[in-house]
Design a protein around this ligand. Structure first.
Ligand code: FAD
Ligand code: DHB
Length: 391
């Protein structure tokens, strides 16, 4: 078949792009390797920046988000066995909203299907062809096992870090920038009320820990672990004991335990490719860049990219104007690099680095104390965390 925009990947980037194009009167097809159930259940990010929430409202998919999302007006940095609150809203006039990534994905899938949008789940063997010409094609095998092909004006590579779009670009076109960290996160989702009203980012000599949530009945928690950690070495009791040790304060704090609904290890890396485009193939979201999760920026960057991409493709396909397509990569990369820096900085300040000496550990603590006592430093963290305005 023929379609103006072929989109690979039904994560936040691909689904939101399809929705934004639909609002602009442009048809697209989304191809997804996994099943609908799988992508709707995959537990990942949980923090929406203010600009993300504003955009989701503007484009009419925030009804459930407005009902169930949890606005947070501050967060805690926990170190020296005490909480130090960053008053996000007081400092910036904006806030964040806690709402699971898979809820955003569910809302987007429902909106696309209600508008007769085409999403093909459980496709295999997706491959790109003729991406150096004006008529790129996507071949794949559909869920019923039939070979299929899409002829497109443009292809959007929204297939995440391990997708096939980025590697389809000829060698020598892209420059890669990356950084790895000597740790990973073990994340759990527990059926128990949050132990604190706000997120807690904890710096502890045993390692980083994060207290987050999904609802008044669901707690999300993370622990810094070794990068090659075997999840089998982390039975539930060990996870709870380690969380309790790292989250301990001088004074009242009770960690609420409950049955685990999910447990997984997430690697930590920073990664960017430049440019985010090759001719008629545009990369967006994790396909083009990865941040470590400490700044809660991954999903928000995916949203920011496709906002720019939808405008560029609308100008290109509706008005035959190439300027926004030409500037797509540069426009996105300015925000991407700000988020890369912020995520690296939060990660560096909050984790335990095995190779650090006593001097470096004291520098970390000094940075933490300065961040929570200086209004200027706290505001810098807060304005990045709630999300800098879109360009
Ligand atoms: P994705 O959500 O990865 O979507 C890409 C889609 O493409 C997937 O559905 C995938 O199945 C599909 N796909 C891949 N290859 C193909 C193919 N060949 N053909 C067809 N479809 C394909 N961020 C945070 O801020 N906090 C977190 O706690 C956090 N936890 C994370 C945990 C994990 C395990 C991972 C992988 C990421 C996590 N992130 C987190 C990052 C955040 O979830 C991502 O930044 C966000 O999902 C990016 O959205 P995306 O649409 O670009 O990519
Ligand atoms: C969550 C994940 C993050 O990476 C983060 O920085 C804050 C919260 C979460 O899953 O709730």
């Amino acid at each position: 078949g023929r379609v103006p925009v072929g989109i690979v990947g039904a994560g936040p980037a691909g689904l939101l792009l399809s929705h934004l194009l639909h609002l602009a009167g442009i048809e697209s097809v989304v191809l997804e390797a996994r099943s609908r159930e799988y992508v709707e259940r995959r537990v990942r990010a949980g923090v929406l920046e203010q600009p993300t929430v504003d955009l989701l409202r503007e484009v009419g998919i925030a009804e459930r988000l407005d009902r169930e999302g949890m606005p947070h007006h501050g967060l805690s940095l926990r170190f020296d066995a005490a909480d130090h609150r960053i008053a996000l809203t007081e400092l910036t006039g904006r806030c964040i909203t806690v709402y699971g990534q898979q809820e955003v994905v569910k809302d987007l899938i429902a909106a696309r299907l209600a508008a007769d949008g085409r999403i093909e789940f459980e496709v295999t063997g997706v491959a790109l062809h003729d991406i150096d010409g004006d008529a790129p094609r996507i071949s794949y095998v559909d869920a019923a096992g039939r070979p299929a092909e899409l002829r497109c004006d443009v292809v959007a590579g929204c297939d995440g870090f391990h997708g096939i779009c980025r590697p389809s670009i000829p060698a020598g076109v892209l420059t890669e920038y990356q950084h790895t960290y000597p740790f990973a996160w073990l994340g759990i989702l527990a059926k128990t009320p949050p132990s604190h009203a706000e997120l807690i980012y904890t710096h502890h000599e045993r390692g980083f820990a994060l207290h987050s949530m999904r609802s008044p009945e669901l707690t999300r928690l993370y622990l810094q672990v070794d990068p090659d950690e075997d999840i089998a070495d982390w039975p539930d009791e060990r996870v709870w004991a380690e969380l309790a040790a790292r989250l301990a304060v001088d004074g009242e704090f009770t960690l609420h335990e409950g049955p685990l609904l999910d447990k997984g290890v997430t690697p930590m890396r920073s990664f960017v490719v430049e440019p985010m485009r090759y001719r008629r193939l545009f990369l967006a979201g994790d396909a083009a860049h990865i941040v470590p999760p400490t700044g809660a920026k991954g999903m928000n960057l995916a949203v920011a990219d496709v906002r720019v991409l939808a405008r560029a493709l609308t100008a290109l396909l509706k008005e035959n104007r190439t300027d926004l397509a030409e500037s797509y990569s540069d426009t996105c990369l300015r925000r991407v690099w700000r988020a890369e820096h912020f995520s690296w900085w939060m990660t560096s300040m909050l984790h335990r680095f095995g190779e650090h000496d006593a001097f470096q550990r004291r520098l970390q603590l000094s940075q933490l104390r300065y961040t929570v006592t200086s209004t200027a430093a706290a505001t810098s963290l807060a304005e990045n965390y709630v999300g800098l305005p879109f360009d």
